[in-house]
Design a protein around this ligand. Structure first.
Ligand code: FAD
Length: 280
């Protein structure tokens, strides 16, 4: 197969790039496993592929101390409805987001400053006001709650929507066949080599598929250095995160129905976490 652009990695970034590039008359192919399961999220020796977008809940929010971050977040969120409409799929639900942090934490002042400069909604609740207005949240005494606009993204559906639009625009997706070996999912459609030559590069997958592309976009996130796809490793620092998926009882879910997404900034960064609203 010969194309203008091959995109390696069918996660959030690769799928968005696929939709965008295939609408610009480029012959585009997206190569990568479809929805890698949580069991392989950290990769293993049979399957070094890791993914950050395997579940259904991602927080989108409008405030952070970094202005560029805020501008990009707002620009992204502004596109969600039109992508949903075109793809006829729903992946974004708007809801408030609360950042709970020590009152004197630089993140709080940074968010307030961003809100002022970039004209975003921002309400800072004292500990007492937070207790009254956010009864689902018990905060330490020295904490405040910053309320901002945001929402929840179902990353799997968002990826499907982006890919569906890319395909409608004549892009091609190679997901290949997955197989299970000793109870481990092995993805035969991962890219194993990118061989550069004059005028482009050849992209080779584990199942032997070969694609010649004038340009290759590698969107493999934390897996990039594991799989040695680039001639030189990227200066990436990979770290571990603990992910807890909870299925609350109906009564608990009912009690939490007024909950918003929560970012909890710990006094010690190791105690920080974020919690999504119930997604089902
Ligand atoms: C637990 C967790 C929670 C998060 N929560 C949030 C949140 O609430 N809000 C938020 O904005 N962000 C969140 N993030 C970050 C967000 O998920 C990532 O920024 C985003 O997924 C990055 O997109 P990506 O396409 O670069 O990478 P990914 O989504 O990880 O996609 C990379 C893709 O490359 C594929 N791949 C890897 N190697 C190969 C190969 N050799 N050949 C072919 N394909 C390959 C993988 O299968 C995967 O599909 C979270 C991340 C994690 C880990």
């Amino acid at each position: 197969m010969q194309v203008d652009i091959a995109i390696v990695g069918a996660g959030l970034v690769g799928s968005a790039a696929f939709r965008y590039l295939s609408q610009n008359q480029y012959q585009t192919v997206l190569i990568g496993p479809k929805h890698v399961d949580g069991s392989s999220i950290a990769g293993n020796s049979d399957n070094p592929v890791v993914t950050s977008s395997s579940d259904e809940g991602r927080i989108a929010r409008t405030l952070e101390a970094d202005h560029v971050w805020v501008k990009l977040a707002i620009a992204s969120m502004a596109r969600y409805r039109s992508i949903e409409k075109k793809a006829d799929m729903t992946f974004y639900e708007r809801c408030r987001c609360v950042c709970a942090a020590p009152a004197n934490h630089p993140r709080v002042s940074g968010m307030v400053e961003s809100a002022k400069t970039l004209k975003q909604e921002c309400v800072v609740l004292s500990h007492e006001d937070a207790k009254r207005r956010l009864p689902w949240l018990a905060l330490p005494k020295n904490y405040v709650a910053v309320i901002m606009d945001g929402g929840v993204i179902n990353s799997r559906v968002m990826i499907d929507a982006q890919q569906s639009l890319g395909k409608q625009q004549s892009g091609t997706v190679i997901h290949g066949m997955n197989m299970v070996l000793n109870s481990i999912d092995v993805y035969k459609d991962v890219v194993t080599h990118i061989i550069q030559s004059s005028g482009g590069a050849e992209v080779i997958t584990a199942s032997g598929e070969r694609v010649f592309a004038k340009r290759v976009l590698v969107a493999t996130n934390a897996a990039t250095n594991h799989t040695h796809l680039l001639s030189e490793p990227l200066a990436l620092r990979t770290c571990t995160e603990t992910v807890v998926l909870c299925e609350p009882a109906v009564e608990t879910a009912t009690l939490l129905r007024h909950m918003t997404c929560l970012l909890y900034v710990g006094e010690d960064d190791r105690d920080s976490c974020y919690i999504l609203v119930c997604t089902r």
